[in-house]
Design a protein around this ligand. Sequence first.
Ligand code: MG
Length: 373
Amino acid sequence: MHELAPYAVTPASSRGRRIAEESAPGRTAFQRDRDRIIHSTAFRRLVYKTQVFVNHEGDLFRTRLTHSLEVAQIGRSVARNLHLNEDLVEAIALAHDLGHTPFGHAGQEALNDCMKDYGGFEHNLQSLRVVDVLEERYGAFDGLNLCFETREGILKHCARKNAVKLGDVGERFLSDQRPSLEAQLANLADEIAYNNHDVDDGLRSGLITLEQLVEVKIFARHLSMAKSHYPEISGRRLIHETVRRMINTLVGDLTRQSAANIAHNCPDSLEAVRAAPYLVGFSEEIWQEQQELKKFLRDYLYRHYKVARMSAKARHTIEALFKAFCSDIRLLPPVFQSKYHHDKHQAVADYVAGMTDRYAIREYRRLFAIEES
Ligand code: MG
């Protein structure tokens, strides 16, 4: 492993696991966290969960799994250049979406509405719940028993009312502290990944076009760079040459600006990082350009009528499943029935949130189509 800066998280400075364990020979605590995440059930489900498009709409769109791998790739390369802990960034990146519902944003909003009288549903909180409680793999504990810093990074945002109930990982939301630089980085690597792959997937789907995208400054700039380098190319190759340049610019900018912020603030420890303002970030100019791109994606892709139609179906599916299970415990698989007696709505939310897109669609049919069983 490369040398870590004094402001990086190290296995030795970690606040450790909730349940103490012997260290593993040949692996650091954060490598071990990453390995546990990769072997979890929730991680395998990411293959069949989506972000913008629903799983059956096409084989080439990003799923939450490929998205998470892209976030890890971007996070690791910046981490290495800033002398941060790559293993921790990778662990956070691979786990950050474990709590997502089926059907992307539409599914999350629908489940949040279903749960509004019972504490609501936040996907970041659910990701933490997956690694702290829901995974059933180890003899000695529920969840994956990950290190504090990994759990803190997974819990990217959280409402104050929930933070109060979380203990150690909730504290920073109440005491106005920042998370580690590794957590800050994983968050922005997520942003770089989805802005760029949504451009790519959006173009692939035909819902947005190159002609529309040239109105967006950051895209236009990199498109003309790609064209001047390869005047002959077009189509998929041209799109890829443009997108890879955008990613490169964003990664380079994030690395340079964060290094400058770190140099300016000189944090000499993890404690100093927590007390400092956010230090991992883009330059003002690139941040503005990214905002423009995000607005474009919101207006033309996420709110496209074809996406809206699929979102409406997704919402309907989630609501119907939630209502049916809450009204009749006998409809739930037996393992969820025992949890149901403890907290009915939470048990149903956990079951529904854990579903993949296609499982939710099948479960809907099994419950509501008389010819299915
Ligand atoms: Mg994400």
